[in-house]
Design a protein around this ligand. Structure first.
Ligand code: ASP
Ligand code: MG
Length: 439
C-alpha cells in the first residue's frame, strides 16, 4: 500500500487534476490518494464563516457566489463528456445549496466546521467523476467514516486503523482509493478538521494506520530546501532527512510540510517522500529513520514570536522557580518554543499572544517581566549538529552584523535556535546561506 497526497495547487487547476490522474496510474501498487481542497477554497470558506459569525450575510453570500462561479468554470474545462459534466454540476449544486442554506440559519462552531469541510468533499467528488470519465477504476472512501479525533482533538490512531482496515477489506477489489484530507469526526460525532494545512497530517495518519510502504506528499516544489526559497536566491533540495530533523524544520517554518504530520509516519516507520507534481521525476526529499549524513542541513525561520524575560533576584539559588513559571504557561495552554536561563533571569518565547496579558499578569509577582514582540526564531537543523566541526564558530562568524537576542544550543542533537528581531530575518537567512552552505 502506498499513500499519495496532493495539495491544493496540485488539484487547483483542471489540467493539474488531470496530471494527478496520470500520476496515480503510473504503477499498479494499491494506493490511497488523499486530496486537499482546490487552492483558494479553504480560504474562501474561512471568509464565509467569518462573515457569518459577524452577521454580515451579504458579504458571505457574495463570496459563496464567487466560489460557485469558480467551480463552474473549473468543471467546464475539466470534463469533456456531457454526462460527466452533468454529474459534476450535480455535485457542486449539492454543496452550494448547503452553503446557501447556512445563510439562513444561526451560526455556531459546529456549523463553521461543516462549512470548512466543503472544500475537500467537493475536490474528491469532482476528481472521482473525472476518474470515471477517464475510465480509471477506483473507490471514494469518505474520510468522515474512519478519520476520528478524541476529546483533546488528538487523532485516534487505533480506531482509525480498525475502521480503515474494514473499508479496505470491503473494497478489496479496488486498487485506487480516494479520500479527503483535513476533515474528520470529533468525539461528539460532528464534522471537524485537523487544522489548516491538515491534509498532510491525514496522509501521515493513513500511512501509519495502513502500514504503508511510503507516504508521498506531492506539492509544487521539489522537496524540502536548505533555506527559504522565497527569501534566499540560491537554495537546494535536501535529499534525505531524518524524522527528527524534518519535524524541527517543519515546526520552525519550512512551509512545505505540516509540523504535526511527522509523528504518525515516524511511529510506524513509514518513509515520507516530498515530491513535485510539476517535476514528477525530480528526486525530492525522503524522510526516514536515518538521517543520511551528519552536519548542517537546513535553516528555517518562524515569525511572529514573542520573547518574555522574567528577572528576579529571588531566583538566585531558589528551587521550584522554573516550575512556577512553566505552570503559568501550562494554565493558558501556551507552548514555549525556546528557553534560556541565567542565575537571575529566565527568557522564553511563545508564538501566540492569545493569552499574553493574562500570562504577564500571573508572572509579575515573580519579578520584572519584559516583552519583545515581532521576533523571529531562526533554526539551524542537522543531524548531530552540535558535534559538527566549527559549527558555532561559522555561525557567529556569519552573523556578526545581526543582534542575536537568544541562543538555544544543546537541547537537541539536531537543532540550534537563535532569536533575532523580525526585521533582521531576511538578512540572517541570507548570511547563513553563504556562511553555512557556501551558497
Ligand atoms: N484545505 C485545507 C487548508 O487549506 C487543508 C489542506 O489543504 O491541507 O488548510
Ligand atoms: Mg499544505
Amino acid at each position: 500500500m502506498k499513500i499519495m497526497k496532493f495539495g491544493g495547487t496540485s488539484v487547483g487547476k483542471p489540467e493539474r487534476m488531470k496530471e494527478v490522474a496520470q500520476l496515480i496510474t503510473k504503477d499498479d501498487t494499491r494506493k490511497i490518494v488523499v486530496l486537499s481542497a482546490l487552492s483558494g477554497t479553504t480560504n474562501a470558506l474561512v471568509s464565509i464563516s467569518n462573515y457569518l459569525s459577524q452577521g454580515d450575510r451579504s458579504a458571505a453570500k457574495l463570496t459563496i457566489e464567487q466560489l460557485h462561479n469558480h467551480y463552474h468554470q473549473f468543471i467546464e474545462t475539466l470534463f469533456s463528456k456531457a454526462e460527466s459534466k452533468a454529474k459534476a454540476v450535480e455535485v457542486i449544486a449539492e454543496h452550494f445549496e448547503f452553503l446557501h442554506i447556512i445563510l439562513r440559519i444561526s451560526f455556531s462552531e459546529a456549523l463553521n466546521k461543516d462549512i470548512l469541510a466543503q472544500g475537500e468533499l467537493m475536490s474528491t467528488k469532482l476528481f472521482s467523476v473525472y476518474l470515471e470519465e477517464a475510465g480509471i477504476n477506483h473507490e471514494l472512501l469518505p474520510a468522515l467514516e474512519f478519520m476520528t479525533i478524541d476529546a483533546n482533538e488528538e487523532p485516534q490512531l487505533g480506531a482509525i486503523k480498525v475502521k480503515l482496515a474494514q473499508l479496505l477489506k470491503k473494497h478489496a477489489d479496488k486498487n485506487i482509493l480516494v479520500t479527503q484530507g483535513y476533515i474528520c469526526r470529533n468525539a461528539r460525532g460532528e464534522v471537524d478538521n485537523l487544522k489548516r494545512g491538515g491534509s498532510d497530517y491525514t496522509a501521515s495518519l493513513i500511512a501509519a494506520a495502513s502500514n504503508a510502504t511510503v507516504c508521498e506528499i506531492w506539492t509544487d516544489i521539489d522537496g524540502m530546501h536548505n533555506n527559504d526559497p522565497r527569501i534566499v536566491a540560491k537554495t537546494m533540495a535536501i535529499e534525505q532527512l531524518s524524522f527528527d530533523e524534518a519535524a524541527e524544520l517543519a515546526y520552525f517554518g519550512a512551509k512545505i510540510l505540516h509540523p504535526t504530520c511527522i509523528w504518525p509516519a515516524q511511529q510506524e516507520n513509514v518513509p515520507v517522500r516530498l515530491l513535485n507534481t510539476m517535476q514528477p521525476d525530480a528526486m525530492g526529499t525522503v524522510i526516514t529513520k536515518e538521517a543520511g549524513s551528519v552536519g548542517v542541513k537546513a535553516v528555517a525561520a518562524k515569525d511572529g514570536i514573542i520573547a518574555i524575560k522574567i528577572k528576579s533576584s529571588r531566583m538566585l539559588l531558589a528551587y521550584g522557580f522554573l516550575r512556577k513559571v512553566f505552570e503559568v504557561f501550562e494554565k493558558y495552554k501556551t507552548s514555549i518554543d525556546m528557553i534560556t536561563t541565567s542565575e537571575v533571569a529566565v527568557s522564553v518565547t511563545i508564538d501566540s499572544d492569545q493569552f499574553l496579558s493574562q500570562i504577564v499578569k500571573e508572572l509579575e509577582p515573580f519579578g520584572s517581566v519584559d516583552i519583545e514582540k515581532e521576533q523571529t526564531i531562526v533554526s539551524i537543523v542537522g543531524n548531530e549538529i552540535a558535534q559538527t566541526d566549527q559549527v558555532l564558530q561559522k555561525l557567529f562568524e556569519s552573523l556578526k552584523a545581526v543582534p542575536v537576542t537568544m541562543v538555544s544550543y544543546g537541547g537537541s542533537a539536531h537543532n540550534i535556535s537563535l532569536l533575532v528581531p523580525g526585521v533582521y530575518k531576511i538578512q540572517t537567512l541570507q548570511l547563513l546561506n553563504s556562511g553555512l552552505f557556501g551558497l
